[in-house]
Design a protein around this ligand. Structure first.
Ligand SMILES: Nc1nc2c(ncn2[C@@H]2O[C@H](COP(=O)(O)OP(=O)(O)OP(=O)(O)O)[C@@H](O)[C@H]2O)c(=O)[nH]1
Ligand SMILES: [Mg+2]
Length: 602
């Protein structure tokens, strides 16, 4: 039997995990010589390609010097941190990538902490050495400090370090060596990552993550911890709550190169995909029917943010999407919970649903996928999930790190302070400062765009859920009011021009608006109802000719996430395949007033 290694690649977002896996794939010759190969092969779905981020972790394997190496690429963005935690259960070692210029970041700490606690063997890869501002020696020290802070064992502290440029396809154990290929990294994996224990006895396997296919439904991805998983033997599946039933597996696959290879037997230590059990779930144990035994359960990350998803009932509904009814919305949302265990959906009323997830990006990706499939919907402001602990209202708090030019640091500290953030560390890095805070998740909503403005676009921000803390009291709400269209119809240049001094527009002339639609931001703190359809009165011809002189500032266009973070409690983002519009929940000014009045009464 040939050797086996299981490793996961972990790092902060964008530190180069997927690019490194690309190089491993290329250099392991999983392709024919003349085949044209894309970059970030594993970032295979449309949104992953477009945004350049990994959303779902993925498995591949290579064979090197007769040993099969299972490699798990993980997402770096904090909203998907729970996934990383789970897939680590599949591995015996990790490659911890750290950007040679940025050094350890919040997600580096999070994933390393999880890996160390599971007792995995780490190999540190100082990556992107090709960057002009790389400072490998300094970064190595920081990584060492991080290991100490996280209470690594002596054995873990003795981690090997490699220097690499994933993009350029080389890794070395010493910077003086010739930079030719990625093989030193593969050698290090064979040398330092232990082979999985080969335990004999009745089979024991556990599902750590899920995949989904429209043809076969849920697919469990797991690892065999003891014995051999054999399709032809009677098996039992034991759920998280201890209930068990016969497991009828239709197909078993191992990971071979970029493909899955169908098999009847999976050896101890290997990873596999299990097809045919429709309600297979994370943490499920598969064991021998005659020797029932459950593995310790795997925790699933609790959601921290929720949004209300409603059917689109704006006056423009149904013009751009194929799926607009509440039945279609309900089906689509519940189907998503099949694939994504970190997502929760609750029906609030016939046409609205509370959808909870790990962060704004997590839910924004779902919304983005839905609009591409042809759905129309309206989404409310992201709300954090409050937990009552011992009778006290608690809210999620995150660790926030902001890397800014020193001259903007003061502004950032003030801004975060206003949102109940607390500075925990401050570190000068040349002309920049690295600031670390604890801040309520609520305070993060909308912070990114403000911090970018305050630092002329220079701030590098990342954050990560850390813990729950007693509720810190109300936050300052959005400073500016909005401009709300008073009627329906196309916005005309003349009207927009006349209103330009009152604020900034979100729509260009010619855009179809409706009563209650938000068309711009008011320069003052109250909302302003405006008439964007107002034509110039054509009383004399000479004045009409002046229209040509109108200069309209280009509209501010928001991405889906920006729009979600922008809106207030009484507003919605209307999402259709073609447009993202902002609107008031109550479209008529009179209803809005009545609602405000009722709220003040309460
Ligand atoms: N200079 C330099 N850039 C690199 C290197 N490796 C990756 N990059 C760039 O860094 C960016 C992020 O690379 P990815 O491989 O997608 O990073 P990732 O860690 O998989 O990111 P997530 O999956 O979103 O966490 C891309 O623009 C790459 O081109 C490298 O060795 N050197
Ligand atoms: Mg990636």
């Amino acid at each position: 039997m040939s050797g086996l290694r299981n490793i996961a690649i972990i790092a902060h977002v964008d530190h180069g995990k997927t690019t490194l896996v690309d190089q491993i794939i290329k250099q392991a010759k999983l392709f024919r010589e003349n085949e044209v190969v894309a970059t970030c092969i594993l970032d295979s779905n449309d949104l992953e390609r477009e945004r350049g981020i990994t959303i779902l972790s993925k498995n591949i394997s290579i064979t090197y010097n007769g040993t099969k190496i299972n490699i798990i690429d993980t997402p770096g963005h904090s909203d998907f941190g729970g996934q990383v935690e789970r897939v680590l259960k599949l591995a015996d070692g990790v490659l911890l990538l750290v950007d040679a210029a940025e050094g350890p970041m919040p997600q580096t700490r999070f994933v390393l902490d999880k890996a160390l606690r599971l007792g995995l063997r780490p190999i540190v890869v100082v990556n992107k050495i090709d960057k002009p501002d790389a400072r490998p020696a300094e970064i190595c020290n920081k990584v060492f400090d991080l290991f100490c802070e996280l209470n690594a064992s002596d054995e873990q502290l003795d981690f090997p370090v490699l220097y690499a440029s994933g993009r350029d396809g080389w890794a070395v154990t010493d910077l003086s060596q010739e930079r030719v290929s990625i093989t030193p990294l593969l050698d290090a994996i064979l040398k330092y990552v232990p082979a999985p224990e080969d335990l004999q006895g009745p089979v024991l396997a556990q599902v750590a993550t899920l995949d989904y296919s429209n043809f076969v439904g849920r697919i469990g991805i797991g690892r065999v911890y003891r014995g051999t998983l054999d399709l032809n033997r009677p098996l039992l599946i034991i759920k998280r709550d201890g209930t068990s039933s016969p497991a009828v597996i239709k197909q078993l696959f191992t990971f071979e190169g970029l493909e899955r290879k169908e098999t009847e037997q999976v050896r101890c230590g290997d990873l596999c995909a299990i097809v045919g059990i429709s309600d297979i779930d994370i943490s499920d144990t598969i064991c021998d029917a005659e020797h029932p035994e459950a593995m310790p359960p795997i925790a699933i990350d609790e959601p921290t943010i929720s949004m209300t998803f409603r059917i689109n009932d704006s006056p423009l509904f149904g013009k751009e999407g194929k799926y607009v009814s509440s039945r279609q919305l309900r089906e689509r949302l519940f189907k998503e919970t099949e694939k994504d265990v970190a997502l929760r959906v609750e029906e609030i009323s016939g046409d609205s649903f509370k959808v909870s997830g790990r962060g704004v990006l997590h839910l924004a990706i779902l919304i983005e996928n839905m609009r591409r499939e042809g759905y129309e919907l309206a989404v409310g402001k992201p709300q954090v999930i409050i937990k009552v602990i011992d009778g006290v209202k608690n809210e999620p708090v995150e660790r926030l790190s902001v890397d800014v030019p020193s001259e903007s640091a003061g502004k950032i500290i003030e801004m975060v302070g206003l949102r109940h953030g607390e500075l925990i560390q401050m570190e000068a890095r040349g002309t920049r400062q690295l600031l670390e805070f604890f801040i309520p998740t609520r305070g993060l909503i909308g912070l990114r765009s403000k911090a970018l403005t305050a630092s002329q676009g220079e701030a590098v921000i990342s954050h990560l859920f850390d813990h729950y803390e007693p509720y810190k009291g109300p936050l300052p709400s959005r400073q500016n009011g909005v401009m709300v269209s008073m009627a329906g119809g196309k916005a005309v240049p003349f009207a927009i021009d006349a209103l330009q001094l009152r604020g900034e527009f979100f729509i260009d002339p010619g855009t179809e608006a409706y009563e209650g639609m938000i068309v711009g931001e008011h320069c003052k703190d109250n909302d302003l109802v405006v008439n964007v359809q107002k034509e110039k009165q054509l009383t004399n011809l000479r004045a009409a000719a002046n229209d040509k002189n109108i200069k309209i500032v280009p509209a501010r266009k928001m991405s889906l996430e920006q729009a979600l973070e922008y809106i207030d409690d009484d507003e919605l983002v209307e999402v259709t395949p073609k447009n993202i519009r902002l609107r008031k929940i109550f479209l008529k000014e009179l209803e809005r007033r009545r609602n405000r009045f009722n709220q003040e009464e309460e």
